[in-house]
Ligand binder design. Sequence first.
Ligand SMILES: Nc1ncnc2c1ncn2[C@@H]1O[C@H](COP(=O)(O)OP(=O)(O)OP(=O)(O)O)[C@@H](O)[C@H]1O
Length: 364
Amino acid sequence: MFLEIEHVVIRYPGSATARAAVESVSLTLQPGEIGVLIGPSGCGKTSLLRAIAGLERIESGRVAIGGQALSAVSPQGERVHLPPERRQIGMVFQDYALFPHLSVADNVAFGIAHLGRQDRQRRVTEMLDLVGLGSVAERYPHQLSGGQQQRIALARALAPQPRLLLLDEPFSNLDVDLRERLAQEVRAILKQASTTALLVTHDQMEAFAVGDVIGVMQHGRLEQWDDAYHLYHRPATRFVADFIGHGVFTPAQIVSAADGPVVRTPLGDLADIAECPLPNAYPGGECEVLLRADDIVHDDASPVKARIERKAFRGSEFLYTLRLASGEQVLAHVPSHHDHSLGEWIGIRPEVDHVVTFPREAAA
Ligand SMILES: Nc1ncnc2c1ncn2[C@@H]1O[C@H](COP(=O)(O)OP(=O)(O)OP(=O)(O)O)[C@@H](O)[C@H]1O
């Protein structure tokens, strides 16, 4: 392991009795791996990032890179806290923080003043080429677009060859189209430079575009640290299931059938499902099943009908909010050439590959 975060607790001064901002978070990154922390506002992502950078002190736990403890508080109260400038960690913030009076080349050279002139120039050229902006070296930040400024900020952060790069909402000042494109570019740049990085965002698309591993945080806790596929298809908690993707929880019952357990839902039985829980996993087999919008297929031949309550155009598809006659709500992605009207009844059927169940909310 390269980056090791072990049971880190962060509590701000003056809030000794209050909930910790970060509550016993543990995660690891391999060399060259990109991690992303995502979660609602106030869940503690920035606090954790700042603690890794050395800008906040931890109350307990350990932060280490390559086996070297940067911050640590042992159960006996022994403390390590390396100052930020000795951690060899780079940072990129949402506001770029470029120096307006310095040219692009001088901005990139800022953190490598210790190198000789030739080495410095070579590194600046390398970094500008890496971010695809070799042609703007002599310009000033105000002469660049937001996306270009952010790539320069990345070049500046990478120039000193940090052991770890931390990125705090680096795309949030950019418009939506640019954001996703830049997110993919940044991933490619980090991979090319073999940089280990941890990025904070509240945008799922960004997290999926950039991260090898994604951590979902809530109330200071890390609910799951996993790849995008598992977060989506195997969410560890109800919060993760709800936070990632579009879906609803529907009451269901797991019952034994001739060919094994089936999940009985208002849309019919879900059968032939790998890793289906056994009926005795829940009292009376009663649970809630997660139905994602892409688990529901529009099929006029289906006996199950649902009324369209809302629809949102998403380019190649609509996100329909549907109501079954029995009262349950479900979501469905439907190709956008199936343009039905609000209030219309359409046929739907479930096509669920991964069944995700949780205890009934009231019983949970
Ligand atoms: N300097 C501080 N002093 C006291 N409390 C703080 C401080 N910084 C953050 N907090 C509190 O710690 C908790 C976590 O905040 P943090 O900024 O880490 O969350 P976040 O997930 O990054 O949120 P956002 O997405 O809004 O930036 C919040 O309850 C916040 O109010």
